[in-house]
Design a protein around this ligand. Structure first.
Ligand SMILES: NC(=O)C1=CN([C@@H]2O[C@H](COP(=O)(O)OP(=O)(O)OC[C@H]3O[C@@H](n4cnc5c(N)ncnc54)[C@H](O)[C@@H]3O)[C@@H](O)[C@H]2O)C=CC1
Ligand SMILES: O=C(O)C(=O)COP(=O)(O)O
Length: 526
């Protein structure tokens, strides 16, 4: 039974799938203190949050069974994604479900700013009738500068165009083609800032976007520009905004998000030209249902070990590529495990070479699987998510290369490991009708199915060695299923690879090692 902990308010309808799953126990505990969260996380398999819960490195470290953190929404800045990656925990979000709601909220804020609606409401219900004070401006023919033209930015651009606004956009990933398609004018950050009557930010909060709009940027703005933040607190420097508003450089600001949430006695609240909402961008019935459905479905898939999407800490693999690489996954993981088990000494470098058909594919997901295979022999808690990060932390160099030398195989994948002591390698292929095969070990040609109990014997090529190995295994009642031998030259260095029907213990290993001409016996389990 999987335990799923939900610590922020999620739509009941949205999480129905989880509530009805017979293999899932849903635990709903909102408004937990950080200390309570550290306890609640201890034995759960999944954690579902919105933006309130702070999922710190400590929380992740305490989640000994934690496999996945699902964010019912877009921004994951409340989750320590690096810590999750290091612990092999998948972080998923639901990026599409609240786009429309947030763009609509931003638009509502823009109209409110243009027409002073919140201020006029407050004054009118207080018994005043101030028609002159609340004269506004039209959106028609004004320029809207959008910083960050992703899902929400693009949706906002469409709405602004319907209101006959000129739309200027800055986004480092915006191509001319996409800008043209959306009918927006592509600009640099500073051009966008200088041209906007309204400036709206829609980027994630990252190191690069923190205080993206600060004192310098405010000085570049048109006098009387209006600014909006319905993305993340901190993208606009709140102190600089305060100064720009007080100096009259900026005519108004609309904020749905704050550097610290909830904000307490914020200086900006004292300014009449500032309108605010309490992080309501995604707070509609529709958006909340959408994001809860999306994240529940994906979290279930992770728990049930099915293919999932929207992982924030894993590169996404398109479905067609996933289909193409699926047959190789077992082969490459076994190759990684095999090389790790025959190698000795601290790992320094792992080189993966792809040749033949496989070299024409996107191979990064396969390399990730190989790393998992190699590293899991040396370290516990290594998985597909954290393997590259763990390799990096330990200073293991990873080389991924493609080669035209496929040595007659339709596809050939080789894993070469360098340790402080020596270097080791294995090559493999997919044989039509036979599946994964290891075709070379440390340069010796073999033909081996990479499964089950194996014995790897390094020896000198001498008459009688094979017989002695067979007799010894017979004495210990160990049946040999297949045997492969390879040698450099007659009487030279040689290897034996045996498939045996059961696991053997160290006594037999030591007896084998005592046989003349045998140098090393390694027990492998694939
Ligand atoms: N107020 C609310 O309740 C909600 C807020 N959000 C926030 O809105 C923001 C945008 O969400 P989406 O559009 O769904 O994300 P998205 O990922 O589709 O778009 C973000 C865009 O920002 C661009 N970007 C990144 N760094 C940039 C930089 N330095 N300068 C300019 N552009 C940059 C990216 O290229 C991308 O196109 C996120 O911060 C998200 O957390 C999202 C939903 C609800
Ligand atoms: O999706 C996002 O990034 C949001 O900011 C929405 O936040 P919320 O889920 O409403 O707390």
């Amino acid at each position: 039974m999987y335990k799923v902990l939900i610590t922020d308010p999620l739509s009941d309808l949205g999480i129905e799938k989880l509530l009805h799953a017979t293999d899932v126990q849903v635990i709903r505990q909102t408004n937990l203190t950080p200390e309570q969260l550290l306890i609640a996380i201890e034995d759960v398999d999944a954690l579902l949050v919105r933006s309130q819960t702070k999922v710190t490195a400590d929380v992740i470290a305490k989640g000994k069974k934690l496999k996945v953190i699902g964010r019912a929404g877009v921004g994951v800045d409340n989750i320590d994604v690096l810590a999750a990656t290091q612990h092999g925990v998948i972080v998923l979000n639901a990026p599409d479900g609240n786009t429309i709601s947030t763009a609509e909220h931003t638009f509502a804020m823009m109209i409110s700013l243009a027409r002073n609606i919140p201020q006029a409401y407050r004054s009118t219900v207080q018994g005043e009738w101030k028609r002159k004070e609340f004269v506004g401006i039209e959106l028609n023919k004004k320029t809207l500068s959008i910083i960050g033209l992703g899902r929400i930015g693009a949706e906002l651009a469409k709405k602004a165009k319907a209101f006959r606004m000129q739309v200027v956009a800055f986004d480092p990933y915006l191509t001319e083609e996409r800008a043209e398609k959306l009918g927006v004018q592509k600009a640099t950050l500073h051009e966008a800032i200088a041209q906007g009557d309204f400036i709206s930010v829609h980027t994630p909060l990252t190191k690069q976007t923190r205080h993206l709009i600060s004192d310098h940027e405010f000085t570049m703005m048109k006098d009387g520009a209006r600014i909006l933040n319905c993305a993340r607190g901190g993208i606009i420097d709140e102190d600089a905004l305060y100064r720009a508003l007080v100096e009259g450089k900026v005519a108004g600001a609309a904020l749905d998000v704050f550097e610290i949430e909830p904000p307490v006695e914020h200086p900006l609240f004292g300014l009449e030209q500032v309108i605010v909402t309490p992080h309501l961008g995604a707070s509609t019935v529709e958006a909340q249902e959408n994001v809860a459905i999306d994240v529940s479905e994906e979290v279930l898939k992770v728990l049930r070990e099915e293919a999932f999407k929207n992982a924030v800490n894993l590169p996404s693999i398109p479905a067609d590529l996933q289909q193409k690489i699926a047959p190789y996954q077992t082969l490459v993981e076994k190759l990684g495990e095999f090389v790790a088990q025959i190698s000795k000494g601290a790992l320094k470098k792992i080189t993966v070479t792809y040749a033949g058909d496989v070299a024409n594919m996107e191979v990064a997901p396969l390399t990730r699987t190989i790393l998992k295979g190699v590293l899991s022999h040396h370290l516990s808690d290594v998985n597909y998510i954290n393997a590259p990060e763990i390799a990096k932390q330990r200073g293991i160099q990873i080389v991924e290369q493609k080669s035209s030398h496929n040595h007659g195989f339709t596809q050939l994948i080789s894993v070469h490991v360098e340790t402080e002591q020596d270097s080791y390698s294995a090559e493999g292929t997919l044989l039509n009708g036979f599946g994964a095969r290891i075709t070379k070990v440390n340069g010796y040609s073999v033909d081996l199915s990479p499964t089950g109990h194996l014995l790897f014997i390094e020896h000198q090529d001498q008459p009688g060695v094979i017989g002695k190995v067979g007799t010894l295994l017979g004495t210990y009642k160990v049946n040999i299923a297949t045997m492969q031998v390879g040698r450099e030259t007659i009487g030279g260095q040689a290897i034996m690879l045996l498939h045996i029907d059961k696991a053997i213990d160290e006594t037999l290993q030591m007896d084998l090692q005592k046989v003349d001409s045998i140098q090393k016996v390694t027990i492998l389990e694939l």
